[in-house]
Design a protein around this ligand. Structure first.
Ligand code: BGC
Length: 266
């Protein structure tokens, strides 16, 4: 049977206390993986409680999961995170660099420098710090998969979000370069570019009928995606079913990238 099987794989999914990360944690566990459910900080009690509840629900359903905290924009916290996973899981087979933020909407000339830096620190540097630690382990064991969650905005410019779009385009090239560096070591590095998926990150848009209608028009399928529709692709890419895939971005966007506006006219 051609099912997705991640039995025995140890997977870290950053930012998995909500949204896409949560759906990936649940799907990976369902496919047999042991999942590190990552959240930002124990100082954020709601975030910690969410991560622990997700890990507990997975365990209750017969799966394996544990919650871990780290601010991924700080290299030393990422190092401690990986050491904790070494201790508790005995190593790592799959890293999903999912944690990210859109940032505050502001034109480049008007926004604050620290806001721009904060987005790039999480969305790009955070992925780099995690990949660096993961690859040190994967190179030794001669296998592993890294999946970077980019966005349609690795391709589509987005006014007011230059930090986000730049970080995601950077993450795309980071994906390809790492894939080139590691292909002969049995490691695969891929990216998923989600379109508009209904998660807390864009709640203000889908919560308002007017902005939702505008967003739906930008999607060929005419609707937002669900977190599960990203998670199933991520589980497939992490599995041996995708054993010949590396160094590419898979768009999961309901057709945002096929310019639905061009159905008429032109
Ligand atoms: C962003 C969402 C946005 C979507 C489509 C995603 O990468 O995180 O906020 O709705 O792109 O523009």
């Amino acid at each position: 049977m051609l099912g997705i099987d991640l039995t025995g794989r140890r997977a870290l999914i950053t930012g998995s206390s909500s949204g896409l990360g949560r759906a990936m944690a649940e799907a990976f566990a369902e496919a047999g993986a042991k999942v590190a459910v990552h959240y930002r900080s124990p100082d954020d009690h709601a975030d910690q409680a969410a991560a622990e509840a997700i890990a507990a629900a997975i365990t209750q359903a017969g799966g394996k999961a544990q919650a871990f905290a780290a601010d991924i924009s700080r290299a030393e916290e990422v190092e401690s995170l990986f050491q904790a996973i070494d201790t508790d899981f005995g190593g790592l087979d799959v890293l999903v660099n999912n944690a990210g933020m859109d940032g505050t909407r502001a034109l480049c000339s008007e926004g604050k420098i620290q806001d721009w830096e904060a987005v790039v620190r999480v969305d790009l540097f955070g992925a780099y710090y995690c990949a660096r630690q993961a690859l040190q382990r994967m190179n030794r064991q001669k296998h592993g998969v890294i999946i970077n969650i980019t966005s349609v905005h690795e391709f589509i410019p987005w006014e007011g979000y230059s930090a986000y779009a730049s970080a995601k385009a950077g993450l795309s090239m980071f994906t390809k370069t790492l894939a080139q560096e590691t292909a002969d070591a049995g490691i695969r590095v891929l990216a998923i570019a989600p379109g508009a998926i209904q998660t807390p990150i864009n709640k203000s848009v889908w919560d308002n009928p007017q902005t939702l209608q505008d967003l739906d028009k930008k999607i060929a399928m005419g609707r937002l995606g669900t977190p599960r529709e990203i998670a199933s692709v991520a589980a497939f890419l992490a599995s041996d079913l995708a054993s010949y895939m590396t160094g590419t971005t898979v768009a999961v966007d309901g057709g945002m990238l096929i310019y639905p506006d061009f159905r008429q006219g032109g």
